[in-house]
Design a protein around this ligand. Structure first.
Ligand SMILES: O=C(O)CCC(=O)C(=O)O
Length: 505
């Protein structure tokens, strides 16, 4: 999808010196932005956008296309250096160059300034590192130099990280990943906090007010007795599991190597540690927390070892997170923050978030933009929507309840550690069973090897352990649906508030 800032004018100053912040002024109706080449002192506020502290300028001098409008020469050095390839969009060129190996990329980068910029695009080198080294890399601040250090250690870090700045190169696509990696969250993206918050409510209240009506809630004070809240910090986690390998996106990494990566990374979609077997790998971690009282019912446990993945430890730097999705197998979830904080945006099942495109069968969700780009391009429009999202910032010691079917996006505002569990209780059992028996279950069901038979296995095990429960809950669900239909009819013909009819002809 085309990034939206092509109409914006962002001026990149080509000065080598660090600029005093007073130089960075808004230059016209919030549409022009000047960005220093080096900013290692403090974040800069421009257009209401603020760059992260210690952000470096786009290393090859790439500027957004809008800047071409105010360039005195109107010359874009992108084009001549690409030859006949110039007609292809940048996105496609990056895909094509992604088919090359490191040597070809290196050679091609010597052909022209333009190819130099494309072939040094960091995501290309990230893919090479992940493909060739899997999780055994030692990140040194740039993916290209990480690759070079691993395969050509003789080259030396300084040479491997040196970057030529190319003048007059304009590309929204290449600029955007730098911009999204460099922006701070805007205060207005964080200020809406409309989730219901509850402290030490009873289980009955939780079920009646939130689980039964399938509404999110932020629960305070229910982790106070978790040892993890006191103990889990970087030193402790490295002590108990520094050499243990965890799932990190498409690879497996030692925890201590992941911390090294997370310390240095500045990218649009940071790798996220999300491991479903942490408690089996490090039993100590499993005994540092327990399931909060509200989520004790765990019907998938009747499946024993065959149950789908259900608990994850989540670790990530600021800016990492989860783009819009609905949780697996129609389960509900809770997410407890142990360190750091997370911004949540949630939409009810019947509202598809803007920028999100689920396939008709629900098997795939395309969210073509990164989390930061979603905030830049789509967040504002949700303010005018009738069905506003439920939002909050969840801090250490707090838990968000995510009801089944709700869309959610989460971004870590600081380096964060969390535990999440997905579960089936009597409140969502019927919906989980309906989901598991869909004709395309083999594509929809996740977290288990035997996707097709999960329905039969689960139903069988439930019938053995809790005979009659499925029938009872199915009947109740049917009654509830009928009740809702009736209500909808009466609501449509009466003015619910004054109790009068509102037929109009
Ligand atoms: O990044 C997070 O903490 C959110 C995780 C999440 O959305 C999930 O587990 O479904």
């Amino acid at each position: 999808m085309a990034p939206s800032f092509s109409l914006r004018v962002l001026k990149v100053l080509n000065t080598k010196r660090k600029q005093p912040s007073s130089k960075h002024k808004r230059v016209s109706r919030g549409e022009k932005l000047r960005i220093d080449e080096k900013r290692e002192d403090d974040g800069e506020e421009k257009n209401g956008f603020r760059l992260k502290t210690s952000v470096r300028s786009q290393s090859h001098g790439v500027q957004p296309l809008g800047n071409l409008l105010v360039s005195p020469t109107s010359y874009n050095s992108r084009n001549p250096g690409l030859g006949n390839l110039r007609v292809l969009p940048d996105e496609l060129l990056v895909d094509l160059f992604g088919l090359l190996g490191p040597t070809e990329l290196g050679r091609l980068s010597a052909v022209s300034k333009s190819l130099y910029v494309f072939c040094n695009h960091e995501p290309l080198w990230r893919n090479l590192v992940l493909e060739h080294l899997k999780g055994t890399f030692f990140f040194n601040g740039s993916w290209k130099s990480t690759y070079i250090a691993a395969f050509w250690p003789g080259v030396g870090l300084e040479k491997a990280t040196s970057a030529i700045r190319v003048r007059d190169f304009y590309s929204d696509y290449l600029f955007q990943s730098w911009l999204c990696a460099s922006l701070e969250m805007k205060p207005e993206w964080l200020e809406r906090d409309n989730i219901q918050r509850r402290k030490r409510i009873s289980v009955e209240e939780f079920v009646r007010d939130f689980e039964e009506p399938n509404k999110p809630v932020l629960l305070e004070g229910c982790l106070d007795d978790w040892p993890a809240l006191e103990k889990w910090n970087r030193d402790y986690l490295i002590r108990v599991s520094g050499d243990v390998v965890f799932s990190v996106g498409p690879v497996e990494m030692k925890l201590k190597d992941y911390f090294q990566y997370a310390d240095l990374v500045k990218e649009e979609r940071p790798l996220y540690l999300f491991d479903p077997k942490f408690a089996e790998k490090v039993p100590q971690l499993g005994s540092d927390y327990h399931t909060p009282v509200y989520f004790q019912e765990d019907l998938f446990s009747v499946l024993g070892k065959e149950r789908p993945d259900y608990r994850w430890v989540i670790l990530g730097p600021a800016g990492s997170g989860s783009s819009f999705h609905v949780d697996p197998n129609s389960t509900s979830a809770w997410n407890a923050v142990i360190k750091g904080s997370k911004k949540w945006v949630m939409f009810p099942p019947e509202v598809i978030p803007p920028g999100v495109h689920p396939s008709p069968d629900g098997a795939e969700v395309a969210c073509p933009v990164s989390i930061m780009e979603w905030f830049m391009n789509f967040y504002k429009m949700t303010k005018e929507w009738k069905r506003r999202p439920v939002e909050c910032v969840c801090k250490a010691g707090e838990v968000v309840f995510v009801p089944n079917g709700w869309w959610h996006l989460v971004i870590n505002l600081e380096d964060s550690i969390a535990i999440t569990q997905n579960y089936v209780s009597r409140r969502n059992l019927v919906s989980v069973l309906d989901f598991l028996k869909k004709p395309n279950a083999s594509e929809l069901v996740s977290g288990t090897k035997d996707r097709v038979n999960l329905y039969e296995k689960f139903k069988g095990a439930l019938d053995n352990t809790f005979p009659g429960t499925i029938e009872e809950l199915t009947l109740k669900a049917e009654e509830k649906r009928a009740q809702q239909k009736k209500l909808t009819f009466w609501e449509s013909v009466t003015d619910a508030k004054v109790g009068g009819f509102k037929f109009s002809f």
